[in-house]
Design a protein around this ligand. Structure first.
Ligand code: MRU
Length: 364
C-alpha cells in the first residue's frame, strides 16, 4: 500500500501502527523502506505479523509491543470456538508464535502476555465477550504508550538546557513508539517549546536506523541534526559538542543493566571517558524485573548478510566471509547516569530506584 504523504504530517502524529476500521488487519508504516519510500503494509495473518517484526518493518521496542497487542486481538478474532479453555490455549499458542520473532525487546512478550492475562482474567465470560475486551486492551496499550512517551519527554527535558548538544544512537523516536518517542521525545518537545538543540545521530550500523530514521524524524521536526558514522562519536565528544547522551532501551534488568541497539555500550564507555552524562529513556514496560542483571538478557543474533551486503547495491565484504552480527548489547548500569521513565528519573543504585517504581504494586 503506497503512502498518502504520511510524512507531510508532523512526525509525532504518524500512524506507524494501527488497526483497520474493520478490525481485520494491522496496518504498519514499513520502516525498513524509509526514508526513500513511504509504504504501508497490511498484516492480516500470524505469518505476516511475525515477518514484519522479524524484518524490522515495525521496529523499536514499544512499537513492536503495540503491533503485537493488535496482532493478538486480530488472531483472537479468528479463533473459531465457543470453548473458553480451547480459546485460551489457542491464544497462548499465538503468543508463543509472535514472541519468537525477536528475543531481546521485552515489550513484545510483555504486550502478548498482557493480552493473554486479560483473556484469562475474564475466563468466566463467553468467548465473544473476551474478544471484545481484548480489543479494548490492545487500544489501551497504544494509548498508554503515547501518554508514557509524553511523560518521559517532560522528565527528559528537565535534564537539558537550551542550546545543548545531544548524541543519540539508533532510533527511539515517534516511529519506534506511538508518539514523541523516548530518547528523541525531550528533543521534539523542547523544540515545540522554542528550545534549540544540536543533535548528533550515530548512523547505527548495520541497519542504519540512526541515518535512515532518526535524522529523518528530527529534520522533519526542525531539530538541528548532524549525522555521524558510529566511529565518530569520540571526536564529537572530544570537540566538546556533546552535553549529554540520550538513548532508548529494549530491556532494562533489575540492576539497571540496559540492552539497546548494538553499539550503545561503546557510546556509554566513551561518555564516561569524556565526563558526559549518559541517560537511558524508556517506559516502565521495558523494565524486566525478572531479569536480575544484563547477563540474563538474550541477545538477538541476525543474518550475516545484514553486514555483508544488505542495504547496499554492491557487496560490502567478500561473499561468505564470517560475520558476527549481534543486534543489541548491554550497557553496564555503572555507566548510566540516569534512567528516565514516565514516572520520573531513576538514579543509582538502580536496584533500589527501579524497584521503587513498582512499590505501589503496579507491576506487569
Ligand atoms: O533493532 P531495532 O531497530 O528494533 O532496535 C531498536 C532500539 O534499539 C531502540 O533504541 C529501542 O528499541 C528503543 S525504541 C523507543
Amino acid at each position: 500500500m503506497k503512502g498518502r504523504c504520511a510524512m507531510d504530517r508532523p512526525v509525532q502524529s504518524i500512524d506507524n501502527v494501527r488497526l483497520t476500521d474493520a478490525e481485520d488487519a494491522v496496518v504498519i508504516l514499513d520502516q525498513s523502506l524509509l526514508p526513500g519510500r513511504t509504504e504501508y503494509r497490511v498484516l492480516s495473518d500470524a505469518e505476516s505479523l511475525r515477518e514484519a517484526i522479524f524484518s524490522l518493518r515495525v521496529r523499536g521496542a514499544p512499537a513492536i509491543g503495540i503491533c503485537a497487542g493488535y496482532g493478538m486481538y486480530l488472531l483472537a478474532r479468528r479463533i473459531k470456538t465457543e470453548s473458553v479453555p480451547e480459546f485460551l490455549a489457542k491464544l497462548r499458542a499465538c503468543k508463543d508464535y509472535l514472541d519468537a520473532a525477536r528475543p531481546t525487546a521485552v515489550n513484545l512478550s510483555w504486550a502478548t502476555a498482557r493480552m493473554v492475562r486479560r483473556a484469562g482474567e475474564n475466563a468466566g465470560r463467553p468467548v465473544p465477550e473476551i474478544v471484545r475486551l481484548l480489543g479494548e486492551e490492545c487500544r489501551r496499550i497504544q494509548a498508554e504508550d503515547a501518554e508514557m512517551c509524553r511523560a518521559i519527554s517532560e522528565h527528559g527535558l528537565t535534564l537539558l538546557r537550551d542550546g545543548d548538544g545531544v548524541l543519540t544512537h539508533c532510533n527511539a523516536g515517534p516511529l519506534a513508539t506511538s508518539r514523541y518517542g523516548t530518547a528523541l521525545g525531550p528533543l521534539l518537545l523542547g523544540t515545540e517549546r522554542g528550545m534549540r538543540f544540536r543533535v548528533f545521530a550515530d548512523e547505527t550500523r548495520p541497519l542504519l536506523q540512526g541515518a535512515r530514521l532518526t535524522t529523518y524524524e528530527l529534520s522533519r521536526a526542525g531539530v538541528d541534526v548532524t549525522l555521524i558514522c558510529d566511529n565518530m562519536a569520540s571526536i564529537v565528544m572530544k570537540n566538546g559538542w556533546v552535553n549529554a547522551c540520550f538513548v532508548g532501551c529494549d530491556r532494562v534488568a533489575a540492576n539497571g543493566d540496559t540492552a539497546n541497539k548494538i553499539g550503545t555500550s561503546g557510546v556509554a564507555i566513551l561518555a564516561r571517558h569524556y565526563g558526559i552524562p549518559f541517560y537511558v529513556l524508556g517506559p516502565t514496560s521495558t523494565i524486566d524485573r525478572s531479569c536480575k542483571t544484563g547477563a540474563e538478557i538474550e541477545i538477538e543474533l541476525r543474518d550475516p548478510e545484514e553486514i555483508r551486503s544488505k542495504f547496499y547495491r554492491e557487496p560490502m565484504a567478500p561473499e561468505g566471509v564470517r560475520c558476527y552480527n549481534p543486534a543489541f548489547d548491554v550497557t553496564d548500569h555503572s555507566l548510566i547516569t540516569g534512567i528516565v521513565t514516565e514516572r520520573g528519573v531513576c538514579r543509582p543504585p538502580y536496584t533500589e530506584s527501579l524497584a521503587a517504581l513498582f512499590s505501589g504494586g503496579d507491576d506487569h
